[in-house]
Design a protein around this ligand. Structure first.
Ligand code: TA6
Length: 296
């Protein structure tokens, strides 16, 4: 569908327009009375969210690559239908293929409270056709909500893992604490997958890659340097992943500026580890996250 067709069919006056973004990729730009946001059809990828009067909430790499086959670094990558390496096929892409696939627009709506909704659908992929259909509803208001719904269209059980791999922008990681996971058990991906217990709020002073288990709590990223806190509420998920690459890993990634690890942290709403889901034929599951920001 051309930009002209997209805007004629799905554009919303004074709220949502489709335009050519970085790399010539199509993006939706939302600008309503609450906030501005950007969503690329490539990967169904939210790249920016900024409530009016606030700074940008999502971290987006200045070195991100915008091209077919490559995931945009930052924003909210869609991880599906597996989290991390493929469970049995090492040649499959890390974090699945939803984040590098073309998504279709299936609907837009300006709601009564002037929030703006965009519904995207992942085009059927040979690897899962017709098993799993994936829909993403993005609602832009004073908070940002993503609802990721997997439907099993086959007549066999469909097992999948997924995540909203959210990169949050912070002023100075050294001053940040993450609340909400105190006392929780987690898998330490950097220490032989050992299962440990979180003592107090999370502070980050080195590479951190942890899968917190059996948790449905809201996480709060307290950021004194920007005098704000970002809350990530969630549903349909019992695992939360906390990740910061720190210096060495950041330097090893070509699309990640060497010192940018100080301005970001990932708080990922997931179904992974003990929380991978299986759908019976015809069943659906929705994972959702709601991201909001308040001044300190
Ligand atoms: O969510 C944390 C993680 O699984 C890390 O292990 C790291 O690999 C990160 O995702 C980023 O993965 P990506 O494939 O986007 O470089």
């Amino acid at each position: 569908m051309t930009l002209k067709d997209l805007n004629e069919r799905f554009g919303l006056e004074n709220a949502l327009v489709f335009e050519e973004g970085a790399g010539g990729l199509v993006r939706a730009v939302v600008d309503n009375q609450h906030a501005t946001a950007e969503i690329y059809l490539h990967g169904g990828h939210v790249t920016r969210f900024r409530p009016h009067g606030s700074d940008e909430v999502l971290w987006l790499s200045e070195q991100a690559v915008y091209q077919a086959g490559k995931a945009i670094r930052g924003g909210i990558p869609i991880v599906w239908p597996w989290f991390g390496p493929h469970p049995s096929s090492p040649d499959q892409p890390q974090h699945g293929y939803a984040r590098t696939a073309a998504w279709d627009v299936v609907g837009t709506e300006q709601e009564v409270n002037n929030t703006t909704r965009l519904q995207l659908r992942l085009r059927p992929q040979p690897a899962t056709q017709p098993s799993g259909q994936l829909d993403l509803i993005i609602t832009v208001g004073s908070s940002l909500e993503l609802d990721l719904t997997t439907r099993n269209l086959s007549n066999e059980p469909f097992t999948f893992g997924c995540a909203l791999h959210t990169y949050l922008a912070v002023g100075d990681i050294d001053q940040v604490t993450i609340e909400g996971l105190e006392g929780g058990r987690y898998i330490d991906k950097l220490d032989e997958e050992k299962r440990k217990v979180q003592s107090g709020a999370i502070r980050i002073g080195r590479e951190v890659d942890r899968v917190y288990l059996n948790t449905d709590t809201t996480c709060t990223v307290v950021d004194p340097s920007l005098r704000r806190e970002i809350r990530v509420a969630k549903g349909g998920s019992l695992t939360t992943v906390i990740w910061n690459p720190w210096a060495e890993k950041a330097a090893s990634m070509g699309d990640f500026p060497d010192v940018a690890f100080r301005q970001m942290v990932c708080v990922e709403t997931a179904n992974t580890a003990d929380d991978v889901r299986t759908l019976a034929p015809g069943e659906a599951h929705t994972l959702w996250a709601a991201i909001s920001v308040d001044s300190l």
